[in-house]
Design a protein around this ligand. Structure first.
Ligand SMILES: Cc1ncc(COP(=O)(O)O)c(C=O)c1O
Length: 403
């Protein structure tokens, strides 16, 4: 093995900036309008540079600032923990409630894989609930028949951005030892009856994945009510260490030796990703407004197209839209997808029926509405680089297809 000699010249090499003239990576050419694209806030570059140059990239002051910013949105009535993802946040919520082997977790059949997979991370079983045919979210009626004495948690997902009313589900289980976790990955910034999504939940989870309204490289938030459990949940999110790396580093005097007080996961967010999320949260109002204007145009242009069904928009709500789903007759769905793709319009399916996925076949729960509606959905492009002209073009293509 050759010996590494630290002399002036290689120290110079370590600290000299490489030429930034040429991009370092080739990227595939993308010619169609993307369904989702992360919003690059004007401040993001400077914040990332500040974090990089600070020498602290992991969970630290910026992630704590992200937590404070989110807590302010909830009038300091909820605790916020910056996590590495929404998936991590949901798993943490289940662990914090003590969900384990033998327990059942009721989850929607119509959702992203994360909502259900986290039950299995705890050794628990996901039980699939069907959804309301209009809003496509679980309801008291779809959940009630699935309750057993093994039910320990229900994860309710807000679909597409419109804030759902999960109070009836909370009422259903209020005298039972069952927690209702809100999967609010789609709905950061949505408000219903004056309250932001997740305000009433024991636990709510948000996502800052690159496709989301608040986009970063990865990341999320676990929101929880019980301030007294803060340090325990912090520990669950950082390997069960009594004090996380940042805490030990900034401790006065001799830094404390690692002490593992419980079995935790490594789920805290990091300052690079948090900096990007903060830059976007500073523009939350504009993001919500811009997406809302695009969605309004889609609704204006598509509400009269006979074969197209749009998501209901709840009253007394401000909607932070994540995606722009439409529903069309199942037998025409894939042809419309191909027609749009040929016209350079990216489109996708949120979601295929999770209940029918191979990995979930061994579990239980009937979901006939999901089975039908999942064959009808298409998501159209929705992000800050889509213009109203592009929305018009997309709507023209859809109208032409059904003419
Ligand atoms: C409904 C839903 N839940 C959970 C997640 C997982 O989020 P993350 O990628 O931050 O773990 C997503 C991501 O798209 C989602 O759409």
């Amino acid at each position: 093995m050759s010996e590494v000699v630290l002399d002036k010249s290689n120290i110079h090499v370590l600290h000299s900036a490489p030429s930034a003239d040429q991009p370092r990576w080739e990227r595939p050419a993308i010619t169609s309008t993307l369904v989702s694209k992360p919003y690059l806030s004007p401040k993001a570059m400077a914040y990332v540079q500040e974090v990089l140059e600070s020498g602290w990239w992991g969970y630290g002051p910026v992630s704590k600032d992200l937590q404070s910013e989110v807590e302010k949105l909830y009038d300091l009535k909820q605790q916020a923990l910056a996590t590495s993802s929404c998936t991590a946040a949901m798993h943490l919520a289940l662990r914090a409630f003590g969900v384990g082997p033998g327990d059942e977790v009721i989850v929607p059949a119509f959702t992203y894989v994360s909502t259900a997979i986290v039950a299995t991370y705890c050794g628990a079983e996901p039980v699939f609930a069907d959804v309301d045919p209009a809003s496509l979210v679980i309801t008291r009626e779809t959940v009630e028949p699935l309750l057993t004495d093994r039910t320990k948690a229900i994860i309710a997902m807000h679909y597409a951005g419109p804030p759902a009313d999960f109070d009836p589900i909370r009422d259903l289980v209020k005298d039972k030892n069952i927690t209702v976790i809100e999967d609010a990955a789609h709905a950061f910034g949505s408000i219903r009856d004056g309250e932001p999504v997740g305000a009433k939940a024991d636990f709510a989870a948000f996502s800052f994945a690159p496709t989301k309204q608040i986009a970063s490289s990865n990341g999320g938030i676990l929101l929880f009510k019980d301030a007294e459990r803060r340090s325990e949940i912090d520990q669950l999110a950082f390997l069960g260490l009594a004090v996380d790396t940042f805490g030990r580093t900034v401790a006065k005097g001799v830094s404390p030796v690692q002490e593992v007080v419980r079995l935790g996961n490594k789920y805290k967010g990091d300052d690079l990703a948090s900096a990007v999320a903060i830059a976007a949260i500073e523009r939350l109002d504009e993001i919500v407004e811009y997406r809302g204007a695009l969605v309004d145009r889609f609704y204006e242009r598509l509400s009269d197209v006979k074969d197209v069904q749009l998501q209901p928009r709840p009253e007394n709500s401000k909607i932070s839209w994540y995606i722009m789903p439409i529903r069309v007759p199942a037998e025409k769905r894939d042809a419309l997808r191909a027609h749009l793709a040929n016209a350079g319009i990216g489109n996708t399916v949120h979601y295929p029926n999770l209940r029918e996925q191979k990995a979930f076949l061994p579990f239980t729960g009937d979901a006939p509405v999901t089975a039908e509606e999942a064959r009808r959905v298409i998501s159209l492009p929705l992000h800050e680089s889509v213009t109203l002209d592009e929305v018009n073009r997309i709507c023209d293509e859809i109208s032409t297809f059904f003419r």
